[in-house]
Write a protein that binds this ligand. Structure first.
Ligand SMILES: [Zn+2]
Length: 283
């Protein structure tokens, strides 16, 4: 995606993520979408920001990643991207990019304290306190997908009962298959729920309830009242919201201030728009 200095999108392009083919394939895919977006924008970008999955250090090396990425851990992503795109590149975590995008241009504009949750294949989180992204002592702050207390299913991280086991797209799809024997993506399960499939509707209701409980924990610990939810699963807002709202109404925070759950303002563009904020440090 190519943006001007005010964050307006001037050109964009998409491709699927070749995560199973390793880092070099990912960089090549990045290069081809960057070329296409540049051509469409009619501009000549000078710096780039990239939001990538995993824990990324300040030099752009991937320190840790989930097992759905082949050869990603230890990959010198920043260095490879700088060589491939032939410009200064700043790399950060994709969920951090989502949160920064929402803060600057989306639903978080004007909100000093909020928690962002990205509901994609997995569940990621990011915390903005006093208008600053809080990354924690080990860069792992706001890992809301991997807190326990949400049942007893096995999580992708190897532990069990994490929020991700009921609220991630991958979980919704696999729970549906387990219950019905029918293979369907989370998006397809959402379509089935809208068509009256009770199992599908219950899975989204469970996810909504889980998200509301997570929001209450966050609000109880931090006394913040805004939560912004984005990612692919948030497209099924109509299916998540009723259960979220009723759970939040039933058990309001001790402060008496209701938790406000907002839908991402940037939708599918949030990570790319937010990653441009990483590039600001290169100016
Ligand atoms: Zn987990």
């Amino acid at each position: 995606m190519v943006l001007d200095v005010d964050g307006n999108i001037k050109g964009s392009a998409h491709t699927s993520t070749p995560a199973e083919h390793g880092g070099d394939a990912m960089v090549a895919a990045c290069r081809s979408v960057a070329d296409l977006a540049t051509e469409r924008s009619g501009l000549a970008p000078r710096i780039a920001g990239v939001g990538a999955a995993g824990v990324i250090d300040s030099r752009g090396v991937v320190l840790a990643a989930s097992d759905s990425f082949t050869g990603w851990e230890g990959y010198p992503l920043g260095e490879k991207l700088r060589a491939s795109l032939n410009m200064p590149v700043s790399v950060g975590n994709d969920v951090a990019a989502f949160v920064l995008g929402e803060q600057r241009f989306g639903a978080g504009r004007g909100i000093e304290n909020f928690f962002g949750i990205a509901l994609g294949t997995g569940v990621g989180g990011g915390l903005v306190l006093n208008s600053t992204l809080h990354t924690g002592e080990h860069g792992a702050a706001a890992e809301i997908g991997h807190i326990p207390g949400f049942g007893d299913l096995l999580c992708t991280c190897g532990r069990s009962g994490h929020l991700e086991t009921i609220a991630a797209g991958r979980s919704i799809a696999s729970l549906y298959t387990q219950a019905t024997g029918i293979t369907a993506s989370a998006k397809e399960v959402a379509g089935l729920a809208r068509g009256g499939d009770e199992v599908a509707a219950r899975l989204f209701a469970d996810a909504g309830k889980g998200l509301a409980r997570a929001a209450l924990m966050i609000s109880g610990i931090l006394d913040i009242s805004a939560l912004i939810i984005g990612g692919g699963v948030a497209h099924s807002w109509d299916l998540l919201q009723p259960a979220m709202d009723s759970t939040l109404r039933r058990t309001p925070p001790i402060s008496g201030n209701p938790v406000k759950v907002l839908r991402s303002g940037l939708g599918a563009d949030a990570v790319a728009v937010g990653a441009s904020q990483f590039a600001d440090e290169l100016l």
